[in-house]
Design a binder for this molecule. Structure first.
Ligand code: 5RP
Length: 212
């Protein structure tokens, strides 16, 4: 499939930003799975993983997975996205790993996002915005989101690695991603908003083409 080829190219291209004997932050998703596959060619000191799924792939390759609490220097974090605008701001969380992804992105010196061309958009929001919520607050948070013009849909049956629920919020046209992220972060019961705008990616690889 052409799209998988682009994902594979992006995953492999990210390898040039990873040095031997360093620790690498690893995201989640099908594009990242290609990156992990390529990572087997490096001699990294270890990885910090954003999901159980990525941890499994890393361990299978013999790569040591570290707890972020043990790591003081994280030069780079490699992760995919569901949408990416021209300012490298992102919607993430399609795979449900939002909170760990945001924590690792915040801890890393450099966040490199790997995507296929279909993820590039002018305005974020066509992809429903994933929001991780404390289970008991799901209905309350949904009402707050409706009041802001969103249409939250509970990702029923899905429980995050942190034991939380996900609301996928449709019908948002996100013209001010930083403002929206800041505002939604204030709603009690929300754990993490899948908008990566306050801390966007530092560099985006669309296939193997670099977008600064
Ligand atoms: C997981 C994510 C992924 O990076 C995003 O869903 C993209 O996935 P894929 O590479 O499979 O298209 O944010 O929570």
């Amino acid at each position: 499939m052409a799209r998988d080829d682009d994902k594979r190219r992006a995953g492999r291209a990210a390898l040039r930003f990873v040095d031997d004997n360093t620790i690498v932050g690893v995201g989640t998703g099908s594009t990242v799975a290609f990156f992990i596959e390529a990572l087997g060619e490096r001699r990294v000191a270890g990885a910090v993983s954003s999901s159980e799924r990525s941890t499994k792939l890393l361990v299978e390759l013999g790569i040591r997975v570290l707890d972020l609490n043990e790591v003081t220097d994280l030069p780079v974090y490699i992760d995919g996205a569901d949408e990416c605008d021209g300012k490298r701001m992102l919607i993430k969380g399609g795979g449900g790993g939002i909170t760990r992804e945001k924590i690792i992105a915040a801890a890393a010196k450099r966040f490199i996002c790997i995507i296929d061309p279909a993820k590039r958009v002018d305005v974020l929001g066509a992809f429903p915005l994933p929001i991780e919520v404390i289970p008991m607050a799901r209905a309350q948070v949904s009402r707050e989101l409706v009041a802001r013009g969103g249409r939250p849909v509970w990702r029923e049956g899905f429980v995050t690695d942190n034991g939380c629920h996900i609301l996928d919020v449709h019908d948002l046209r996100i013209t001010d991603p930083v403002g929206m992220e800041r505002e939604l972060n204030q709603i009690v019961g929300i754990v993490t908003v899948g908008l990566f705008a306050q801390r966007p990616a530092d560099l985006v690889l669309v296939g193997d083409a670099i977008t600064l």
